[in-house]
Each structure stands twice: as C-alpha cells, then as structure tokens.
Design a protein around this ligand. Sequence first.
Ligand code: ARG
Length: 459
Amino acid sequence: MSPLWGGRFAGQTDPLMARFNASLPFDWRLWDADITGSVAWATAIWRAGLLTEDERDQIIRGLEAVRDEIAADPAAAFVDAADEDIHSFIERRLTERIGAVAGKLHTGRSRNDQVATDLRLWLRGQVAELDQALAALIRAATDRAEAEIDVLMPGYTHLQPAQPIRWSHWLLSHAWAWQRDRARLADLLPHVNVLPLGSGALAGCPFSIDRAALAADLGCAAVSPNSLDAVSDRDFVAEFLFWATLLGVHLSRWAEDLILWSSREFGFVTLADAYSTGSSLMPQKKNPDSLELLRGKAGRLHGDLVGLLTTLKGLPSAYDKDLQEDKEPLFDAVDTLALTLPVARGALETLTIRPDRMEAALGDELLATDLADALVRRGVPFRQSHHLVGQVVQRAEALGCALRDVPLAALQAISPHFDAEMAAVWDFERSVEQRAATGGAARPAVQAQIAALRGLLAQ
Ligand code: ARG
C-alpha cells in the first residue's frame, strides 16, 4: 500500500511503524463524513475553476459509488484494508473506480483540514442521536413521576432521614439534571458545527475557494476564522467529552441511589430480572449490575476527557500527529453513552417500587421540622422553635417513644407554646403538601415540574 505522501521517500516504512501510525483501525467510522466532505470539496474546487463540470461529476459519482459500496456492508468494507487512514482509504477506492482524475480531488486540501472537518461532521450527527436517547430517558422518568405521584418516601441528606418527599420528586430531581445535560448539548453544538475545510495544511487555501458556499453546502453554521487554529482546534472534542463526563456523573449518582434502595435493608425498589445478574457462587444473589455499570462508566468517561486534555496540553501550533489521539477517546465516549442511556432507561422503566417499604421507613423524626414550623406559625422565632423541638426529640428518646407519643404535658413542660392542635403535624402527606412553593415536593409543585419537562421535551 503506497501512502499518500510517498514521493520524497526512498526507504520503506517499518511494518511496526506502519501499524503504530495507522488510524484506519479506528477512524474507519468517519467514512460517511469523509465522503460528504469530499463531495462538497469537489463542488468547491469546481466553483473555483479547478475542475471541469465533467471532472466534478466523475468525482462525485465515484464518491457516491464508494459510499454505496461501504454502506452495503460497513463491517466487511475495511477488513483487509491496509491504508494509513480513512482519507487514504476513500481516495484509493475512488482512484480504483474513476482513475487518474481522482488525483484532482485533493487540490488545495490537506488531511489536516480534512480530518478536522470529518470529525466535526461526524460528531454533529452523534449529538443528534444522543439527544434523542437522553430525551427518552427524561420522558421515562417523567412518565413514572406522573403515574406514581401518590407515593411518599423519606428524603435524605447526609444519607440520614430528613423530611418526607414524593418518590416523584426524587425521580424528577434526576430528570432535571439530565435536562440540563440536554441544554448543555444544545449549547455546544454550534461549537462543533464550524467548518475548518479550506484551511489547507496550516496557512490557508491558495485557490479562490468560496468557503461560505462550502459551509452552506455542508450545513455548517460558521467558517473557522484562522487556518492555523482551525487545523489544531479540538476544543469541540474537549467540550463534548466534558459534557459526556458530567452526564456520566449524573447517571452514576442516580444509579447509586437506586443501588442503595434495592438493597434488602432499604427494599424500596426491585430491579427487573432483565436488568440484573446473578452470582456464580451464591445461588440467592440478584445483583444490580446494570446500575453498577452505569455508575462505573462515569470513571471511564472521565478518563476519556483527561486523556484528551493531556494530549492537547503544550502542543505546538497547528497540526501535530498527537492530534490523531483525539479520536479514540471521543469514539469511546460516544459508544459508552449510546449504550448507557438506553440501559438506564430500560432499568428505570422496568423496576418496581415498594410503596409499603417506603411508607414503613417514614418515622416521626422526619416531621420534626414541621413541629418547629408549627411553633413558628404561633409566633415563636425559628431558632428558638428549632431548639425546643430538639428538646422534644431528647424527651422522646428518654421516654423510648415516638415523637407523636410524647404527652402534651411533657411538651408544655418544655414550652407553653405547644398545644393540642399541633398533633395535626403527625401526617406525612400534610407535611409534603406544605412544600408547595415552586420546586417543592407538594403535588401541585411536582405536577408543575412534570408539565415544564413535558414542554421542554416537546420542543
Ligand atoms: N489520520 C490523521 C489523523 O487522524 C489524519 C491527518 C494526518 N495529517 C498528517 N499531516 N499526517 O489526525
């Protein structure tokens, strides 16, 4: 296989070096983007008077034939190929089809602006698919939140029982983090959808290329403003990987809650068999492997991000071969999320909840704040009421009884502000319904969240 750059070389590449240098084993997946970019480039150099109409048509027809050939069986297309990279592969296949005229396609172009363009076009397509998968996950959480809005459970801070909430409120808390991830993805898309093509190797294109028309042909929103920057700018990859990492972090926190709640000690949720696995040794075991892998993938995504940033650090100006190392972390992150998001959705849609177990975990201590608030409503400053209820907690512990069973006389010995009507606070539903301010756990506030998310999903 002769490389695209063979002319000035007398000696052969060491086979080990060829293997080390090659990116086709992973960049093959840019084939469609590479062909799309080349079709547009053929048009651009025809516009610049560098191709006749006939040459342009031969090249474009040839490229489309190569596209059809690969599309027919992408898995088989690259099996025996020894080309250096996807750009060499496509050019070789084009030459085999249409002959010497294929040699005109690379006029004014470098693989440096070509690969940067391919990667952007490819990622742009992936962003659309990931957004769909993420939206489906948010929809699943929202649907459950609506269907199971009656269910109450303990809310925790520091993993200690804190205040009662709706199960739906918890579900939506994660849906909102994922919705921010969708918004962030939409924000970064314009940074991806910029056209480097027409930058040449580093100094720009010497022919009169209409880059604005080229950008329009490729659906890019902007043209890169500096050729030196354009061929080495991988900010869009770094941004995407940060996005992926943060989504991974969000998924891991969601998974961790469910793993804990699926333990026998909590027993709030039961994961479906379809998303669990067993132990090879202990016959009784049913492990939440889907959720554990979801939690674990956050580490891998973080590794992709740190790997890329480390590669970019300190690189000299313009293209350096180090930049070939941008692809594998990016592909890994996309592949990871393409599998992770549907699994998260499947696990969420199929798990069953145990409202009885959640209810059993609702202890009176979760209503201590409500008792303090009842004093506040009688005019006691909150700092004082907080302290008084703390004494009630102490008293209940001393008496070995639930908070609600501390006798009124004992309460009034702590403070004369306690009265018999305050017994109304010992009601979990009532407590939750008090949290009706926007963003709270009360039914109307949760319903407003559901409506807001549905609106965002419909956009
Ligand atoms: N395979 C290369 C990459 O992925 C393509 C660009 C090669 N450019 C060069 N000047 N050698 O970065």
